[in-house]
Design a protein around this ligand. Structure first.
Ligand code: AHR
Length: 329
């Protein structure tokens, strides 16, 4: 099917709880409606995998929004955190001739060729959650969170609370090469610059609970409980794994080692309320409706924003206790 998807101002209607970036055009040519002929829009969704509680909530949100009830036939693929498998899944969607493709890119690099192939086939691509380093004309739009700002917010809280006292910090990084790992590190590091916080080690735990636990066990073996004052985890799941490691080593998470993490999923928020985590910056996973709205608008030939940012909040223990029962994820 030929279709044309245009560039310009945002059309997101009631779902626009967001701020937006600059707009531009995407590949594809010709002009037509965005369905397969029977009113159903076939969308291939290349998810990263199922590495975290955040990811489960994101997958659920996407499946709900791209439902048959809403006029979609969703072909779902979870790549188990393997970038090559994710690119192969996108190529498969192109070969199947889907109407549109949505990708949550595992890593930022390596997307140019397959995005060009989608563009050549006239299939619009909407990115959700993570970003890519490819030229912006290779995708129609992106919806997600400002990961650098999340890192900055976490770092500012660390600087405010520990910046005046010599503080030895370890970091559990997200998946190497992923946008959130890169940006959350950059934002945090800039915010603690010039303070008394010293990063003594930093390793990837791949955004998983097991990864966080294993890497934290290594940190504890290397530096001892007394040698670490602060942990910055790029997501709640790794922080939760680290909590298990700290407790197994006889320590009290949140006291012996202060913990800052990102996501604000249920389990993370509970650990914050329980005092095992000290501060959480939210990363909202409920991107399904916005992504579906973008796909629909693009296929209808409407103008869309190139970047759609969803707002995040952050929580101390007291703030978490106030909201935990009313949160959707
Ligand atoms: O890209 C968003 C990140 O991916 C979330 O913070 C993390 O939990 C997930 O795995």
């Amino acid at each position: 099917m030929n279709r044309k998807f245009l560039a310009g101002a945002a059309v997101l209607g009631a779902l626009a709880l967001v701020v937006t970036g600059c707009s531009s055009s995407s590949g594809g040519d010709g002009g037509a409606s965005g369905d397969s002929g029977d009113g159903t829009v076939t969308v291939g969704f290349a998810q990263t995998g199922s590495e975290s509680g955040w990811r489960s909530a994101n997958t659920e949100s996407m499946k709900e929004a791209f439902s048959a009830e809403n006029g979609f036939d969703l072909i779902f693929n979870a790549a188990d955190n393997d970038p090559a498998a994710q690119i192969a899944a996108v190529r498969d969607f192109i070969n199947q001739g889907v109407d549109a493709i949505v990708i949550a890119p595992i890593v930022e690099d390596g997307w140019d060729d397959v995005l060009q192939e989608a563009s050549d086939a006239g299939i619009p691509v909407v990115l959700e959650d993570r970003t890519v380093t490819s030229p912006e004309d290779l995708f129609a739009s992106w919806v997600g969170l400002d990961f650098k700002k999340e890192g900055t917010t976490a770092g500012e809280w660390a600087a405010e609370n520990f910046g005046d006292t010599p503080t030895k910090m370890v970091v559990l990084e997200g998946t190497t090469g992923s946008a959130p790992a890169n940006d959350r590190a950059e934002g945090f590091d800039a915010a603690i610059k010039g303070t008394s916080i010293e990063k003594i080690d930093s390793q990837t735990g791949d955004f998983t609970r097991d990864g966080g636990k294993t890497v934290m066990e290594g940190f504890l073996q290397k530096y001892g409980l007394d040698g670490i004052d602060l942990l910055y985890a790029h997501n709640d799941d790794m922080a939760l794994g680290a909590i298990e490691a700290i407790e197994a080593a006889g320590g009290v998470p949140g006291e012996d080692i202060k913990i800052i993490s990102i996501d604000a999923v249920k389990d993370g928020m509970q650990a914050l309320v329980d005092g095992k985590i000290n501060y959480i910056v939210e990363c909202n996973p409920l991107l399904g409706e916005l992504a579906a709205g973008l796909v629909t608008d693009v296929l209808d030939g409407k103008d869309v924003e190139k970047k759609v940012y969803v707002e995040d909040q952050s929580f101390t223990q007291e703030q978490a206790a106030e909201v935990i029962d009313s949160r959707a994820y």
